[in-house]
Design a binder for this molecule. Sequence first.
Ligand code: SF4
Ligand code: SF4
Length: 443
Amino acid sequence: MSTLPFCCNFARGDTKALLSFINSNCYFTSPMPSILTPFARPVYIMTKPVGALCNLACTYCYYTEKSKLYPDISRHVMSDELLEKFVREYIEMQTQPEVLFTWHGGETLMRPLSFYRRVVELQRKYAAGHRIDNAIQTNGTLLTEEWCKFFKEEGWLVGISLDGPQEFHDEYRRSKSGKPSFRQVMTGVNLLNRFEVEWNALAVVNDYNADYPLEFYHFFKDIGCHYIQFTPVVERYYSHPDGRQLASPMEGTEERLAEFSVTPEQWGDFLCTLFDEWVRQDVGEYYIQLFDSTLANWMNVAPGVCTLAETCGHAAVMEFNGDVYSCDHFVFPEYKLGNIHHQTLLEMMYSDRQKQFGAGKLKQLPTQCRNCAYLFACHGECPRNRFMTTADGEPGLNYLCTGYRKFFEHVAPYMDFMKHQLKHEQAPARVMDWIRRGMPAYE
Ligand code: SF4
Ligand code: SF4
């Protein structure tokens, strides 16, 4: 796997590789295409080897309460039989030479290392000429030298959930007994760096940290993290008889917004401030997934992040017991596609239900979005956040709409310039020089 970021190639003026990607209409500026832009793959199923089990209890976690969907199962761990069935079927259903496995939690490292060694063994057994990539998401607190050696040896990409500096991170990311987790996570990050494991950061933007985008960003730069995904947290409460407290997209109202949710204004300001620093000094050095995806949409190329894609439905999730749901953010009974013991992955992923789920993102757009000048960049964002009504009273408007619109308006001149550069086989990183020269007119 190439580890050289495409955006770094831009900085050196080498756009060949990027342009060939654009021409083949597959990916955009991703440094690690199959891993950072999995959504562009034809079929992609995230896997939960320990279900929702976790050693932390982060306040805003949308997944912890999913264990309540399985009150009759005492051990929420994937069996060896199921693992083998999944690995075999998942590889067999892929039509491209590379196959990406993504291990997600809960806390994935609550399975022993022997489980993941078995994963690798099975992947080799069933690879049949495919190139296998693995990405694992973890809170980082359980990382040891042994884990890092394994990730390094096997070339796994590790995603670390890290919400910036200690004060931000510890506000919501705590253990069940309320103990902060920042120090443990940083011990893990240092180990990853020591063992030269490839890793990136997944940072949640919430009500507490959203007003400090530069402190956030500088922290990641200081610790040498070049690949960052900033994700806005938006949840609403809704009491279910089984004890779950978070609303599905079909349930609840905007009045019951969770207090940790970012506001649309905060999100817009966060993105604009972050972008202003990135576009002036960091293009080609730091990869911020949302900016890359925005540029992809400006180029009319599939973006790396599903939320900004026109349709969805390519990326499902499989629970520890083989239940498959339409998307990791739609693990609700009404979005269950079936179980791998009863249907094949292929049947579930190509079912009418999943097709409708994917197409619904476009079909259910309200008129305000259809008439929006930035529809090509936004696509109404993720359906899970479409619980508002438009000024005309039409349902289905995205809660974050005003924030996104502000961001797209703000970045438009820079995106136009970078698009122009790419079309002329020049590096988008030239935008930094263009700004220094006072943004002169270009043909
Ligand atoms: S529902 Fe949202 S998170 Fe899920 S695939 Fe679609 S855009 Fe992505
Ligand atoms: S910016 Fe707002 S109106 Fe425009 S497409 Fe996005 S959600 Fe819809």
